[in-house]
Design a protein around this ligand. Structure first.
Ligand code: ATP
Ligand code: MG
Ligand code: ZN
Length: 473
């Protein structure tokens, strides 16, 4: 296994808040001839780099395998987009979701006069569209090609790519390679083998916002990164406000959500649900309440998915009600709220999904509705999985429960999960537990119980009482 060189901060646990991570001297980065300052302005219109971008970009441009661990919205895309624009040839970017590939290609094209500069190849394209992309690649106009891992499992694609001039590989959302991460994708496990078949010596950049120390070493090992420079930043998103609400049955929860959105008129938001049917149901209810909303899930055909994504990103609708199919990586800078209608199946999922909010550094409210019934639903979904997967799944759910039920600063739990030590005094009331310390929560919980007693005949009422009881224990 390759030896990792940690550049940005010391090994975990990292101390955040009290000390902002900064890059150390570049002992393993050789000089290169590319002008990255001119490039970032010319191609992206940015006047400076964020966080560890500059160091990570220099590492890749000097030919090193590079591992970038930055928070959601931290600016990981630029770490491969800029080198792709500067280097000769075309970069291959592995990306796990159709929504994400489309979002990234649209954004890169937005900076360029020429749409051919970026393309994606995945199952949403028909034969004619695929051939068009390949023709553009042969023409040498394309600098970034986003591919699904499945695209690289096809032998004729591998042979086609092997004949192209590839500048480097980037593996975005690299945690998908680890069984210990969320959203494990078996095809990610074969990436090293596939990259070797295309071109074994070119540099590889791996990027993620959600890797525990265990997942980090899994990524380095499974991608076969060769003495990578590792850039590890704090996972903290200080502009996000985290809040948990007890789920008071379906009707009460929906009423609460409608009220919340109405109070946030014109502000973009996402509602995450566990299943496809609920996305449709909720979107319909929002529309009936004069809120412009659409549903998004993997069961929709490619055209509808693409249209609904565009509607949300172009602000023709205010709210998108989505499953995890609209999660990782999506970049709309001004999403002001992310609501979880159901508890997600891991802290990583929660961190990724809430990470869609406030990417411009401004307000981002994250509200999770929590009931025991939803936890049972999650456990039920795993019933047919092999034992080992069920065990991992149960552990991830447990960690998530710990987060939902904690009475300490939410950030303490969230960041501890990723190996960071958090100084609670830096939360600045940006989570419900810091804003309303325990005594206040107890008083509120008692009020909730009285309300629950009034709601007779609601099947979820008992759940809510249980939740409330636990809150005040
Ligand atoms: N140097 C920069 N200056 C100003 N804005 C930047 C810079 N780099 C990136 N951004 C902006 O930051 C936002 C987030 O970037 P990006 O999508 O790359 O985040 P990410 O780290 O990939 O997050 P995620 O883990 O959610 O995928 C984008 O809107 C992007 O335009
Ligand atoms: Mg990203
Ligand atoms: Zn807090």
């Amino acid at each position: 296994m390759a030896k990792a060189v940690v550049k940005a901060v010391k090994k975990t646990p990292t101390k955040s808040a009290s000390k902002k991570p900064t890059a150390r001297a570049k002992s393993n980065i050789q000089p290169h001839t590319y002008n990255i300052f001119e490039g970032v302005e010319k191609y992206f219109g940015f006047t400076k780099f964020k966080g560890t971008q500059e160091q990570a970009i220099n590492s890749l441009l000097s030919g090193h395998d590079t591992f970038v661990i930055m928070p959601t919205g931290g600016g990981k895309s630029l770490c491969y987009q800029l080198p792709a624009m500067l280097m000769p040839g075309c970069a291959i970017i592995v990306s796990p979701l159709i929504a994400l590939m489309k979002n990234q290609v649209d954004l890169v094209r937005g900076y360029s006069e020429n749409d051919n500069v970026a393309h994606f190849l995945n199952s949403s394209l028909n034969k004619t569209q695929t051939n068009q992309v390949k023709a553009d690649l042969l023409d040498g106009k394309t600098k970034l090609l986003y591919v699904a891992p499945e695209t690289l499992t096809k032998q004729d694609n591998l042979e086609f790519f092997a004949d192209l001039n590839i500048s480097f590989f980037a593996v975005d959302e690299a945690h998908c390679i680890s069984e210990w991460g969320h959203d494990f994708r078996p095809e990610y496990r074969r990436l090293r083998e596939m990259m070797d078949e295309i071109s074994p010596t070119i540099p590889v950049m791996a990027l993620t916002a959600t890797a525990t120390p265990k997942v980090q070493s899994d990524i380095i090992k499974n991608l076969g990164l060769r003495e990578p420079n590792v850039f590890l930043s704090s996972f903290n998103r200080d502009n996000l406000y985290y809040e948990i609400q007890p789920k008071l049955g379906k009707d009460a929860t929906i009423k609460h959500i409608v009220k919340f959105i109405s109070q946030n008129k014109g502000k973009s938001g996402i509602i995450y649900t566990l299943n496809r049917k609920t996305t449709e149901e909720l979107a319909q209810i929002l529309v009936a309440n004069n809120i412009k909303a659409v549903a998004y899930h993997a069961g929709l055909d490619a055209k509808l998915r693409s249209d609904r994504q565009d509607k949300f990103l172009n602000e023709d609708v205010q709210v998108i009600v989505a499953t995890v199919a609209f999660g990782m990586g999506i970049d709309k800078p001004d999403i002001r709220f992310v609501i979880h209608y159901n508890i997600p199946k891991s802290i990583e999922n929660y961190y990724q999904e809430t990470g869609r909010a406030g990417r411009d550094g401004l307000e981002g409210k994250c509200v999770l509705y929590y009931s025991h019934k939803d936890v049972s639903k999650l456990e039920h979904l795993m019933r047919d999985k092999p034992l080992s997967e069920r065990e991992v799944g149960a552990q991830l759910i447990n960690e998530m429960l710990g987060y939902a039920e904690t009475s300490v600063c939410r950030r303490t739990v969230l960041l501890h999960y990723f190996g960071e030590v958090w100084d609670v005094s830096h939360c600045n009331g940006m989570c419900d537990n810091c804003k309303n310390p325990k005594e206040k929560i107890e008083a509120n919980a008692k009020k909730e119980i009285i309300q629950a007693k009034k709601l007779s005949g609601d099947a979820e009422c008992e759940d809510m009482r249980k939740t409330v009881r636990e809150m005040i224990q």
